[in-house]
Design a protein around this ligand. Structure first.
Ligand code: SF4
Length: 385
């Protein structure tokens, strides 16, 4: 049974960021509030200075108090933030109402001669992950639970509402959001797609679909569904190996959807949406960085709207693998370019704050989040470098 907002009564107070415009309109109407309050509330909670319902000064006090009683301002209870790279990179571990923790990362890229300045927010779609990639700290920790749309959107809002100095510091919508944090987004497709629509809503953060990227380890039905429902959103595929034997070892979901099926789905997406697909490829020393893998990867990705992004492995503590040396990565990139594949090498941001997926979470597992948490924002900040 659900109430008039379409929410399960057993759930804790819903977070305001998850409420659709019709649900909020119904709630306002039931209170006898005028329709324009809907726009005041949606606009107000997405202002970067707003930290609580009490900051919505355009609303009468009674309505602010009613919002406080009915909804949570954020689904994130508290966050622990580390900044590095002179403030260009910041990572947060967010604690949710039931104690589950997820990570998000803010990365600023200053303008260069070839590109304008940009900011990217990397968010999680699940607490933990069931895919179990052996090089990934999240995969090693196992699966916790699916995140709700509010818990996904609130990670972006965390950075949109600057905690101290580490926030986005830009007007809403002027940044990129990538689903490359903890979890396999297409194993939580309903909620990830709903969160994407909420992020995209011009009355809220208004982040353009072309500034949002969903990254999958290769959930083929999810890629096809994304093409149906969100064709303007960017697709990235974590490939990490170009042959099935090796990929099944590195990305176990490959046993269910092998490389041929994944690349076919990615090609369908590219040709029907007109959007270029990115292949993420983590470079592991002596394992997947060989000339044979490069040649096979070029065969898979050349001649259609694809792009390869090489990522030096940021090894988890105790890992049996290490990242490929720079010279090997460059040789691999050259082989792809020679095969007419567009390729980039990702920079290694935030190594000193364990910025690879799940590493900071693993380091803090079983311990209270450190630092004094600001009473309003629930944020504790530490600057590392
Ligand atoms: S790399 Fe991605 S898909 Fe693989 S275990 Fe980690 S979070 Fe899951």
């Amino acid at each position: 049974m659900t109430d008039q907002l379409g929410l399960e009564p057993a759930e804790p107070k819903p977070a305001i960021s998850q409420l659709s415009a019709p649900s909020l309109a119904t709630w306002l109407e039931a209170r006898g509030e005028p329709a324009y309050r809907l726009h005041q509330i949606a606009g107000g909670i997405h202002r970067s200075q707003t930290r609580s319902f009490d900051d919505l000064r355009e609303l009468p006090g009674g309505l602010r108090a009613a919002l406080e009683r009915a909804f949570r301002f954020s689904s994130i209870e508290r966050s622990h933030v580390l900044t590095a790279d002179g403030g260009l990179t910041a990572k947060a571990v967010h604690e949710l109402a039931d104690g589950q923790r997820v990570e998000s990362v803010l990365m600023r890229y200053p303008a260069t001669r070839r590109s304008a300045a940009r900011t990217t927010i990397c968010i999680s779609s699940q607490a933990g992950c069931a895919v179990g990639c052996p090089f990934c700290a999240t995969g090693q920790a196992g699966f916790g639970r699916q995140l709700t749309p509010a818990e996904i959107v609130d990670q972006v809002l965390h950075w949109h509402r600057p905690p101290g100095t580490s926030g986005v510091g830009e007007p809403r919508g002027h940044y990129n959001v990538v689903f490359m944090g903890m979890g396999e987004p297409l194993n939580n497709a309903d909620r990830v797609f709903e969160a994407t629509r909420l992020l995209n809503d011009p009355a809220r953060l208004g982040i353009g679909a072309r500034h949002i990227t969903i990254s999958t380890s290769g959930v083929v039905p999810g890629i096809d569904r994304m093409l149906d429902e969100l064709p303007q959103v960017n697709l990235a595929v974590s490939l990490h190996a170009a042959t099935d034997a090796l990929r099944s070892e590195l990305v176990p979901i490959n046993r269910r959807w092998p490389i041929g099926a994944v690349v076919d789905a990615a090609r369908r997406f590219a040709s029907a949406s007109g959007r270029r697909v990115s292949f993420e490829y983590v470079m592991i020393d002596g394992l997947n960085d060989t000339p044979e893998q490069a040649a096979q990867l070029a065969r898979l990705t050349a001649g259609w709207m694809s792009h390869v992004n090489l990522i030096p492995l940021n090894p988890t503590p105790g890992s049996r693998w290490s990242g490929s040396p720079r010279t090997v990565i460059e040789r691999f990139a050259r082989a792809l370019r020679d095969g007419r594949v567009p390729v980039t090498i990702r920079d290694t941001r935030g190594r000193e704050i364990e910025a690879a997926c799940g590493q900071l979470h693993a380091q803090l597992a079983g311990r209270p989040l450190p630092g004094r948490h600001d009473a309003t924002s629930g944020v504790a900040q530490v600057t590392v470098a």
